[in-house]
Design a protein around this ligand. Structure first.
Ligand code: SF4
Length: 311
């Protein structure tokens, strides 16, 4: 069956196919918070990058189907190399990850030989392989603080998350890479102002990938996992989220008594949204697309990832 054949099926038919192929394969479905609502609903585990990485490490099933972008699926394969890792669309890359290459990091290391390289998970396996340690938006501050205060750091590739980590740790000796996420970097301080006007009682929570002026105007800065936990412990509160719209969709679906609004309805990651029910059904029935990472790269990248997971 071709993808267009799957696309002609109803959601109910696709869900039945997904369930039965999943059982046959013994697959576990991991889903990132930015996925479409329909994909969030088929998750065995739904979460942010850190939560998904931890989950990928402990999964015992033979197959992991990753509904997210490529670097996340690669990470699951690196952490749990004996498993078959599938991604429903091999084109689902992360443009932020494309902002840094391994060759550029090596050159930067030559320029700052004494500095440690902290790499955000939103990066390729090759970039992780030439880094000292990996971080997520949930633990970037903790990872920076794991180095002595006088140790210089090169922070790759998101400049806004780097700014956040610098501000939170009160360190100046951090060199920020010049990358950004096109979804979060587009938020402006006017977006926060307008959200406050529209929802005067709301708590505004923004992701640390947003620009510094947006972070400065927000009530809370948090990863998507942090946003979820905030909503969980503040039931009934109105919340505005400065992040990809999938997060508000999840919170509204799980906590209908906690009205949650995206700060901008156009904050959509088209890469995340490439995953559809039709592609998930095809992936499980036809074992596609299998994610593999060259062993020499995977071994080095694993060291940087494990260092983070051990913290
Ligand atoms: S939201 Fe931004 S960082 Fe996340 S996958 Fe999309 S482009 Fe990459």
């Amino acid at each position: 069956m071709q993808l267009w054949d799957y696309a002609k099926l109803s959601d109910d038919e696709l869900l039945q196919r997904i369930e039965s192929a999943k059982r046959k394969l013994g697959a576990v479905i991991l889903v990132h918070n930015y996925q479409r609502g329909k994909i969030q609903k088929i998750a065995d585990f739904l979460g942010d990058s850190l939560e998904l990485a931890r989950k990928a490490k402990e999964i015992d099933a033979p197959v992991i189907l990753f509904c997210g972008v490529m670097f996340m699926a690669e990470m699951a394969k690196i952490i749990n190399p004996d498993k078959v890792v599938l991604i429903p669309d091999a084109q689902a890359g992360c443009p932020l990850a494309a902002h840094a290459s391994a060759g550029e990091i090596v050159k930067m290391r030559q320029k700052y030989p004494e500095y440690a390289v902290i790499t955000y998970v939103n990066s390729s396996a090759e970039v992780k392989a030439v880094s000292d340690i990996v971080c997520t938006s949930a633990n970037a501050v903790k990872v920076v603080e794991s180095f002595p205060k006088n140790k210089g750091i090169i922070f790759v590739p998101d400049k806004n998350l780097c700014h956040y980590a610098k501000a939170q740790t009160n360190r100046e000796n951090i060199v920020c890479w010049d990358g950004n996420c096109y979804v979060h970097d587009r938020f402006t301080s006017d977006d926060v102002k307008n959200a406050c006007k529209k929802h005067p009682d709301a708590t505004v929570i923004v992701h640390p990938e947003c620009p510094p002026e947006v972070q400065n105007r927000a009530d809370v800065i948090a990863s998507t996992g942090g946003m979820y936990r905030y909503a969980q412990s503040h039931r009934g509160e109105t919340i505005v989220l400065g992040t990809e719209i999938g997060m508000a969709e999840r919170i509204n679906s799980e906590f209908p008594d906690t009205p949650t609004f995206p700060m901008s309805k156009s904050a959509i990651c088209s890469n995340m949204k490439l995953i559809t029910l039709a592609k998930v059904a095809r992936a499980l029935e036809q074992d596609m697309y299998e994610v593999n990472v060259p062993q020499s790269v995977a071994e080095k990248a694993k060291i940087a990832i494990e260092r983070m997971l051990e913290l």
